[in-house]
Unconditional design. Structure first.
Length: 226
């Protein structure tokens, strides 16, 4: 059994699924791969959105399209992949972007130079609302963060999320295994966006990851998800 805590399956809200039909096909593929619980996490970029409330309206509309087309589908929670920006913690209603029914909050670092203020934004949000941070696809920052900067991220005591595709790349797989062996809290996500180059891929995780890593990830997530 898998929990996909990071995917872009809702139609026409971000750079993920392009249609309701694609969303249904992606969900079917996830189920075929053993995914029993899905957290839909469309991108949230504060500088692009008019407000959190407007984003939530768009997310609900996209979700409803899926549910109207396939009412039998269950276990889809709503969340967001929130890009860290300066001033993010001051945005009204930012707390409403946590994973539905939980204190989990998925953050995405910018693809660029490390900035200590990004960590402070995460701290401010989590301290204000009692959230538990999840750092999205940490392996993607190997080319952006120095070892010392990466260590600062690890010292945040956040949950680390790895994309399944990292296990298909030698350098990223080596990094993931190192983090896992060091005892950090790790969860997995497909970060799926479509049915081609970024399709659901829990079949890859099942082939490449140790069963205990997957089980530990499930236990971490279920302990926070009501």
């Amino acid at each position: 059994m898998f929990i996909d805590c990071h995917c872009h399956i809702l139609p026409q809200i971000d750079d993920g699924s392009k249609s309701t039909e694609m969303s249904l096909q992606m969900i079917a593929m996830q189920h075929q791969q053993g995914v029993e619980s899905i957290i839909a996490t469309p991108h949230f970029y504060a500088h692009r959105e008019k407000s959190v409330e407007r984003y939530l309206q768009k997310r609900q509309e996209a979700y409803q399209k899926v549910m109207d087309s396939a009412p039998a589908i269950s276990k889809i929670r709503l969340g967001a992949e929130v890009a860290i920006e300066h001033g993010l913690s001051k945005i009204p209603d930012i707390n409403k972007l946590a994973f539905q029914g939980s204190k989990l909050f998925l953050f995405e670092f910018p693809y660029g130079r490390f900035d200590q203020r990004y960590i402070e934004e995460v701290y401010d949000i989590c301290n204000d609302y009692g959230f538990v941070p999840i750092i999205a696809h940490l392996h993607r920052y190997l080319d952006f963060f120095t070892k010392a900067e990466m260590q600062k991220v690890l010292e945040m005591n956040a949950i680390i999320q790895f994309n399944n595709e990292a296990f298909g790349n030698f350098r990223e797989r080596t990094f993931c295994k190192k983090i896992l062996k060091q005892g950090y809290r790790v969860v997995f996500g497909s970060d799926s966006h479509n049915l081609s180059e970024r399709k659901p891929n829990f079949d890859l995780l099942q082939k490449k990851a140790k069963p205990e890593w997957i089980e530990n990830a499930n236990q971490i997530l279920t302990s926070y998800l009501k």
